[in-house]
Design a protein around this ligand. Structure first.
Ligand code: C2E
Ligand code: CA
Ligand code: CA
Length: 634
């Protein structure tokens, strides 16, 4: 914008062009140039009153004696580039809709506070209606909803606090001081009172409820990530209690909800990190014990909770593409395993109906089967009979396609759902798998007997094969044999085992039935509670969970509980025993999975007196009581 003829091109003229904040930088750069250094400088200048970002590439000019006599510079106007960079940095650190800090910025901020030994109080705030707003009014309204609710919250935050948005409808406030329970509750109450007025978006007035969860360092988490995770968790917990609600992390979080929260949270990365693997449970001939098939069952090794059953994690899957990814993985695993196996033993896989709603499912199956050079009939697909209702016409088509290709189909959990005879008529399936509730205790349950008898009859009429699963004891096996059941799957013959173990079993070919279950009904059990202070590296004050305690020997007890406790690390916790909730510290040394989602743990302790007192007290309160470990007390 200037010409070289301008008489005013003096050092003073240049100096006036430069943004005052960058003047020091340029004065320093002059020293560098005089010392003979070539470099690039970025700064701001005013060109005819307008601010411009420039990049100056500067080279010193030297004479024969190597003395610097001046310098030569080339300037580039980088204003647009610079603006874009700023925008990008901003997008990385703030939420674009509300302009408040995002999760990364919050994490960094909390990390800095903790590194400087500043106590942190983190308040999670959930404006519970985000989902409804987005579903009923659309995404744009949902954005607007976030903007107005965040703005309302902004009015309340104390000095020096940071407000962030860490989830679709979850704000977090970080206060750099240690609040007492009382302070936290009072602040939480003020926040929930925001809901007394409706929020206005366009022509809508929306009433909401607000839940608040509070976490404090170091008791509720020592790292930024732990604090954020626990804040999300306790806020969800508060939400589940029915808002408006303020909850403090330390006081209320129980183990099942912690587990559930962590499983949901970690599912997303679990697939990428290959935390899934497949185990195989043999199907055997009811009389000879010969292995004639297997069911592939997925397992998830969660970093904290160990092996998790799909019965637990499949219902937690929130996105359809996760079903698809998992099932793709399952198909390719099982097909390559089938190829490795010497014997032609068919393997069945569990596939959720949703998987078939996409168009290319057959192509994926075909690809895996053909790439491994398999006959399609070696693969069987188990589909729970009860889920078929969802999408009848589509599933009929799917069944026809699978049948034409030669993959076998089995109705899983038959008898448990709607069991419409129409299904058997409508869909062409080769096998029905009678649900394990019927096998369990069938030798003495006349209702189960009647149902299994009639299912067998129907299967025969339709020339379908029958598998009975969940067989655990000899007497049930005897009844089933006597009534013509030929294929059995159950713990009596084998639990699901690793692929290596399954290969070894197939070499041995036959399995012997063995009852491994401990006695089901027991006298002399003590109803108690267990509470934890530490799970692995995580220090927590969790709520209590019910447990039945049996005395095994001096210093040794057995604990019956529905809780799945993490493996490996020997786990320490306390038992609260009757009559006065005396705490006894115990360490778990062994775990056995019983039927029906129940676990039995061996644990050692050093307080024989309290344990015996608890037993004596129980005897007095419940004389002649026989406990059913599967049902009572939980
Ligand atoms: P399911 O298809 O009914 O599978 C049989 C379940 O019964 C398995 O539990 C197996 O370990 C258990 N079982 C077998 N024999 C006995 C027995 O004698 N007694 C008792 N109490 N249980 C027995 P698991 O592996 O925990 O699987 C639970 C459910 O999760 C399965 O029920 C199936 O619906 C689902 N599932 C398993 N693997 C997959 C998978 O790869 N994909 C999908 N989508 N679902 C799966
Ligand atoms: Ca199954
Ligand atoms: Ca089943």
């Amino acid at each position: 914008g200037y010409t070289s003829e301008l008489p005013a091109l003096t050092p003073e003229f240049w100096r006036d062009l430069i943004h005052p904040d960058d003047l020091d930088l340029l004065l320093a750069s002059r020293e560098e140039s005089l010392a003979g250094k070539a470099d690039t400088y970025v700064y701001r200048v005013y060109v005819k009153g307008e601010l411009v970002w420039v990049e100056e590439r500067r080279e010193p000019i030297v004479d024969e004696t190597k003395r610097v006599t001046g310098y030569r510079s080339m300037f580039k106007n980088i204003t647009r580039l610079h603006e874009q960079q700023e925008k990008i940095t901003e997008l990385r650190t703030v939420d674009p809709v509300t302009g408040v800090a995002n999760r990364e910025t919050l994490t960094e901020h909390v990390h800095t506070l903790l590194t400087n030994h500043t106590p942190v109080t983190m308040i999670g705030v959930s404006f519970n209606h985000h989902k409804e707003v987005s579903q009923t009014l659309g995404f744009e309204f949902a954005d607007e909803w976030r903007a107005v609710t965040t703005a309302a919250l902004q009015q309340l935050i104390p000095d020096q606090a940071m407000l962030a948005l860490i989830g679709e409808d979850l704000n977090a406030i970080v206060i750099p001081s240690a609040w007492t329970d009382e302070e936290a509750r009072q602040f939480g109450k003020r926040v929930t009172e925001l809901a007394e007025q409706p929020f206005v978006i366009g022509n809508y007035e929306i009433f909401t409820t607000i839940s608040v969860g509070v976490c404090r360092s170091p008791r509720d988490g020592k790292t930024a990530n732990d604090l954020i995770k626990h804040t999300v968790h306790v806020t969800n917990y508060a939400f589940a209690q029915g808002a408006p609600y303020v909850e403090l992390y330390s006081s209320k979080v129980d183990i099942p909800s912690l587990r559930r929260y962590e499983l949901i949270n970690d599912l997303r990365t679990a697939i990428k990190q290959r935390e899934f693997y497949v185990v195989y449970q043999p199907k055997v001939d009811a009389w000879s014990g010969e292995i004639i098939g297997a069911e592939a069952l997925m397992r998830w090794t969660h970093p904290r909770w160990g092996a998790v059953s799909p019965a637990e994690f499949i219902p937690l899957i929130e996105h359809n593409n996760q079903y698809v990814e998992l099932t793709d993985f399952l198909i390719s695993e099982v097909c390559s395993f089938l190829k490795r196996m010497a014997a032609d033993i068919p393997i069945s896989i569990n596939v959720p109906v949703q998987y078939f709603y996409r168009d290319d499912y057959l192509a994926v199956l075909r690809q895996s089967i053909e790439a491994n050079g398999l006959t399609p009939s070696l693969l069987e697909i188990e589909i729970p009979e009860s889920t078929l209702l969802d999408n009848r016409p589509r599933m009929k088509q799917v069944f026809d396609e699978l049948n034409a290709y030669g993959v076998r189909i089995s109705f899983d959990d038959f008898g448990k759902g709607y069991s419409s005879l129409a299904y058997v008529q409508d869909y062409n399936v080769q096998t029905i798998k009678i649900d394990r509730v019927f096998a369990h205790g069938i030798h003495q349950n006349t209702k189960s007997q009647a149902i299994v008898r009639s299912l067998m009859f129907i299967a025969k009429e339709f020339t379908m094969h029958v598998v009975v699963e969940g067989v655990e004891c000899f007497r049930d096996l005897a009844w089933l044999r006597d009534h013509g059941v030929t294929t059995i799957q159950g713990f009596l013959f084998s639990r699901p085992v690793s692929n290596h173990a399954f290969l070894a079993l197939t070499e041995q070919k036959f399995l012997h039935p063995t009852e491994v279950l401990p006695v089901e009904r027991q006298t002399e059990l003590i109803p108690a509670h267990m509470s934890f202070s530490k799970i692995k590296t995580l220090t927590i004050n969790l709520g209590q969970a019910p447990v039945l305690v049996a005395i095994r020997a001096s210093g040794l007890v057995a604990l019956y509980t529905k809780l799945y406790l993490p493996p490996d690390d020997f786990l320490r916790f306390t038992l609260a025993l009757p009559p006065n909730q005396v705490s006894v510290a115990v360490t778990i040394t062994n775990r056995v999975e019983l039927a029906n989602g129940l676990y039995c743990y061996d644990a050692v302790h050093q307080d024989e007196t309290s344990v015996q007192q608890a037993r004596d007290d129980t005897r007095r309160r419940f004389p002649n009581q026989t406990w059913d470990v599967a049902r009572d007390w939980f």
